[in-house]
Design a protein around this ligand. Structure first.
Ligand SMILES: Cc1ncc(COP(=O)(O)O)c(C=O)c1O
Length: 372
């Protein structure tokens, strides 16, 4: 479309347009000048980085971690989610994963480890929470993936979801891999929990998080896995044979940001970023409602997950003609087929312009897509 001269606004990929906080860029410049900044780092993470993660977990979630045994650095959470399959799966083992869900659970983690993905649905009627009685667990199942705040649905965990997940995993001898990559993209007074806050969770749980969405550092590639000592040890073992660590200067910048997270300068900057995202979600949702779609602003994440009442791919093609890119929900699994995901990670004026372009659409009372 761009080649045809249509200027596009992308509400597709969730990659923040907002810059990383000042502390990140300033520490990066300093860290680059340190004498060993060019050398290999440890694939498990430098000790100052693991300590910063452990301290952050204690202050943010009241979860105590031993930075030596309970924390592993990741080259972004995607790397950890993929490598967890290498840690835990033998050929034919099963992973249990949500549909819709982040595609790496099924592909990068399970299929590339010769495992078999077994999905369970997240439905709008159930507020996108799993029905644990319907999860297809059997003797081959090794790993359960859960993700809240959720991509693509924007759902946050219900009060009992994490407790039930931990009980379920302990009962069936599964590892719970809890993807908390959006824990800090949240609005008003809502603060997403950690699965490690649940009693006895450390016996079965590894939690994955990242500086990508927390500090707008997607391209820096820095994340962390925390929790169960045995899984963390396995992850370090796998990684030691695959990667040679996150560049030290990036670990320094990320560690400084985690260490200053609760200081007023940084927390104010991050709160303002979240206010900007919420405002964009509100603008876009109200425009989508005007064209007849049921769009609700989530309590966390920068996504709107909208049932368009027809094939999401066809809807996205129509959007493309109007110069707006969205993600067809089917990309996240078969339960997403009638949905479109809108990401508000573009400057606010472009979100307003995209909303304006989409106003040309009209969904009739019988659910047909026409032009306004
Ligand atoms: C649910 C979820 N988990 C993990 C990731 C990976 O993020 P990163 O590897 O940048 O930490 C993403 C990226 O969009 C995501 O949506």
């Amino acid at each position: 479309m761009e080649k045809k001269g249509v200027p596009l606004i992308s509400l597709g990929i969730g990659d923040p347009d907002l810059p990383p906080p000042r502390v990140v860029t300033e520490s990066l410049e300093d860290a680059l000048r340190e004498p060993t900044s060019n050398n290999y780092s440890s694939s498990a993470g430098e000790s100052y980085f693991r300590k910063a993660v452990a301290d952050w977990y204690e202050r943010r979630f009241d979860v105590k971690l031993d930075s030596e045994t309970d924390v592993c650095a990741l080259i972004g959470s995607k790397e950890g989610l993929a490598n967890i399959g290498r840690v835990l799966l033998n050929e034919g083992d099963k992973t249990l994963l949500p549909d819709p869900g982040y595609p790496v659970y099924a592909q990068g983690s399970t299929i590339l480890s010769d495992g078999e993905p077994a999905v369970f649905p997240l439905t709008e009627e159930a507020a996108f929470q799993p029905d644990f009685s319907k999860i297809p667990v059997d003797a081959k199942s090794k790993l359960l993936f859960l993700n809240y705040p959720n991509n693509p649905t924007g759902a946050v965990p219900r009060e009992d979801t994490l407790q039930t997940a931990v009980t379920f995993c302990r009962k069936h001898n599964l590892v719970l891999c809890y993807d908390n990559a959006y824990s800090e993209v949240c609005f008003d007074s809502y603060r997403p929990p950690s699965a490690l806050q649940v009693d006895s969770s450390a016996e079965c749980t590894v939690e994955i998080n990242s500086c990508s969405k927390m500090f707008n550092m997607t391209g820096y590639r820095v994340g962390f896995a925390v929790g169960n000592k045995k899984v963390i040890a396995g992850l370090k073992k796998v990684k030691a044979q695959i990667d040679s660590g996150i560049p030290k200067f990036i670990q320094k910048a990320a560690a400084n940001a985690l260490n200053q997270y609760f200081d007023s300068d940084l927390s104010t900057e991050l709160r303002k970023n979240n206010e900007i995202l919420k405002e964009r979600l509100v603008v876009l949702a109200s425009e989508l409602r005007r064209v007849g779609l049921n769009a609700t602003v989530p309590r966390a994440t920068f996504y709107l997950w909208v049932n368009v009442g027809m094939d999401g791919g066809a809807f996205v093609r129509r959007m493309l003609e109007l110069g707006v890119v969205g993600t067809p929900g089917g990309a996240f699994g078969s339960n997403g087929i009638n949905y479109v995901r809108f990401s508000v990670t573009q400057p606010t004026n472009l979100i307003v312009e995209a909303a304006h372009r989409l106003a040309k659409l009209k969904i009739t009372s019988c659910g047909k897509l026409t032009d306004n």
